[in-house]
Design a protein around this ligand. Structure first.
Ligand code: UDP
Length: 349
């Protein structure tokens, strides 16, 4: 299918990954419309995007009929990215019904728009479709091990159903789709209260609090820096695909949560106390993407080493905390060197 140059819609464009995606598109000269309900996103992410002349923001929830500001431009869209959904377990479990419907109803509304527009559609799916995986690393043809009645199911099953919808649209010739299964991603533009492990541990380290390790910390994750994830998403959207298949987008460098805590301590330059807490229900034991498909079909792989990505993330959170919550910084408690090293001397004012 030939895709003409036109307007790009990013659902969830004010969120963590979505805001980086919008920025990358805008910097490459694309015209972008962002639709976001601001439920788990940051308004300050939007402020950065609004400096670009060819960016429009529509506040709306994709579980509801899409607003006229979007529908009247249907004929212009050539790309639709769907990144709209809270992705942090504590946030998506606050209103599980809404989480499930965001993926199912919301994806269906956006797929209909893609059909009407003739736009190519990319679904941001997730490694959570593999659940508490019985195979390791996770390849795309593994069908998963999800507890459909557990507290994570609203997210996992929602994304699985969204994948089903997207594949059915493509098979029926209604729109051309791409499905990215995104593994743990981290970096600037996350919320301080996001609740996921990197933002929690980084903010705790900067505030001089013990790091909350759930369970015994032996569970693993593989963390991908957000710029790499966005690069993978854009390549997946633009590359010709020989057949219909989902693609893992993640970094295969796997570490335990305890090792992550040690990596942060090494950057900060002194030991950090750990506070062991209960392991959440259905928390996957091991997670690492097999990215052979992405390497072969997209010519993509992550390039940011964990240490480098963590340093950039620490520096960003240090600036955020300093601007918004100065009293919480360890600087106030006589640990100025922590902040100084995290932010870099030039930023430390
Ligand atoms: N985790 C932790 N401390 C925290 C937050 C999370 O030890 O403060 C653990 C969590 O139990 C999981 C891993 O870190 O094993 C990644 O959790 P996250 O919420 O970031 O994402 P998930 O991969 O579980 O969706």
């Amino acid at each position: 299918m030939h895709i003409r140059e036109g307007l790009t819609l990013v659902a969830g464009g004010a969120g963590f990954i979505g805001s980086h995606l919008c920025r990358a598109l805008l910097e490459n000269g694309h015209r972008v419309v962002c639709i976001d309900n601001l439920q788990s996103s940051r308004e300050s992410n939007l402020m950065l995007l609004q400096d670009y002349g060819h960016f429009d923001f529509v506040e709306a929830d994709i579980t509801q009929p899409l607003p006229n500001q979007v529908m009247r431009r249907a004929g212009e869209f050539t790309r639709i990215y769907n990144l709209a959904c809270a992705a942090s377990p504590i946030l998506y479990q606050i209103n599980p019904e809404h989480t499930l419907l965001t993926s199912v109803l919301g994806t269906n509304r956006l797929l209909r728009l893609a059909e009407q527009s003739g736009a190519r559609f990319l679904l941001a799916s997730t490694s959570e479709v593999y659940g508490d995986s019985e195979v390791h690393p996770q390849q795309e043809d593994y069908r998963g091990h999800v507890n459909c009645t557990g507290p994570r199911a609203c997210y996992d099953e929602g994304k699985r159903a969204a994948e089903t919808l997207a594949f059915d649209y493509d098979r029926a010739g209604r729109s051309e789709i791409r499905v990215a299964r995104i593994f743990n991603t981290y970096g600037p533009n996350m919320r301080i209260d996001d609740g996921r492990v990197i933002s929690n541990l980084v903010c705790q380290a900067l505030s001089g609090e013990p790091l909350t390790v759930y369970g015994d910390g032996s569970q693993t994750r593989s963390f991908c820096y957000v710029a790499d994830t966005v690069d993978g998403l854009r390549k997946l959207m633009e590359c010709p695909m020989p057949d219909l298949q989902p693609i893992n987008i993640g970094n295969p460098e796997e570490i335990t949560i305890k090792q992550l805590a040690s990596a942060l301590a090494a950057i900060i330059g002194h030991p950090l106390d750990l506070d062991y807490c209960d392991l959440p229900t259905d928390d996957p034991r091991r997670r690492r993407p097999d990215i052979a498909r992405a390497r072969e079909l997209l010519g993509w792989q992550p390039t940011t080493p964990l240490r480098e990505g963590l340093e950039m993330t620490l520096a960003w959170f240090a600036r955020e905390l300093k601007a918004n919550y100065p009293d919480e910084l360890v600087e106030r408690r006589g640990h100025e060197p922590v902040l100084r090293s995290a932010m870099g001397e030039e930023n430390f004012v």
